[in-house]
Write a protein that binds this ligand. Structure first.
Ligand code: HEC
Length: 239
């Protein structure tokens, strides 16, 4: 009997030592998300942008927010899965590796408002756990109760990437949405000033005339043209 009660006390002690995991809230600009308290948040100071990281065990989740064109698709695409989704009216892209443990997942929202973008990515870890954090992302604090849906449907591969990826990969080398670079700013005003038919034609046209050193590029693949069109007109393709 005595042994049993000792065991009971030991059990109670060990239970009370176990940490209760709660959800912590983070607000960065107009973006809000939550993470479980067994992750650790460290905020680094940024001048033009906000950078922080969440860490747990082997994994680190980097969070960058700011007014810049991140251009995350500089390099040939990795053999990952891509899913373009709308978060509270903003286009976003989720990229994940095919394996759920020891894998990579990122969430990229090029424009959370007219000036800022958000990019969250991990190194290697349990994708499920990382996705549970991404799922809580909200923009502008809407009253939406449901979490984001990252079910396994409608993922695309690197051979037929969705709009954001095609656009970033092909257009942002020379254009920015904010200012004149090698080409004019591809901002809302410019895009809205062109008819959709004109834009589609322009993207598909070979502009090489030999007159200027840098010409706007031509996209030949019709899937890619359609994806760029959908993205730059935010899905609203009816004239
Ligand atoms: C190699 C650099 C380069 C790349 C890559 C590029 N552009 Fe351009 N773009 C330019 C330049 C330079 C101009 C200005 C050319 C001109 O006015 O004749 C331009 C002009 C434009 C214009 C404005 C045309 C007008 O008459 O107002 C649009 C729209 C455009 N580009 C869209 C795109 C899209 C969409 C992509 C990606 C598929 C893209 N560009 C990729 C260099 C580039």
């Amino acid at each position: 009997m005595k042994v049993l009660s000792y065991m009971l006390i030991a059990l109670l002690l060990s239970c009370s030592k176990e940490k209760v995991i709660t959800m912590q809230k983070v607000d960065i600009g107009n973006v809000h998300f939550e993470y479980p308290s067994d992750w650790n948040l460290t905020t680094l100071k940024g001048i033009d942008s906000y950078i922080s990281y969440l860490s747990k065990d082997e994994d680190t989740l980097w969070i960058e927010y700011g007014w810049y064109n991140a251009k995350i698709y500089n390099y040939p695409l990795k053999n990952n899965l891509f899913k373009q989704i709308t978060i509270d009216g903003r286009e976003a892209i989720l990229e994940t590796s095919r394996n759920s443990i020891g894998g990579f997942a990122s969430l990229y929202i090029p424009k959370t408002d007219s000036l800022s973008g958000l990019y969250i990515r991990n190194r290697k870890g349990n994708i499920k756990e990382v996705l549970n954090i991404y799922k809580t992302v909200r923009i502008d604090n809407p009253k939406r109760k449901q979490f984001l849906n990252f079910d396994s449907k409608s993922y695309k591969t690197k051979s037929s990437p969705p709009g954001i990826v095609v656009y970033e990969n092909n257009c942002l080398n020379c254009h920015s949405e904010y200012r004149y670079m090698i080409g004019p700013a591809l901002d809302f005003n410019l895009i809205r000033s062109k008819s959709k038919q004109w834009m589609k034609q322009y993207i598909a046209t070979d502009k090489k005339s030999g007159e200027s050193a840098t010409e706007c590029s031509q996209i030949k693949d019709s899937h890619q043209i359609n994806e760029i069109m959908k993205y730059i007109y935010r899905g609203n393709l009816s004239d």
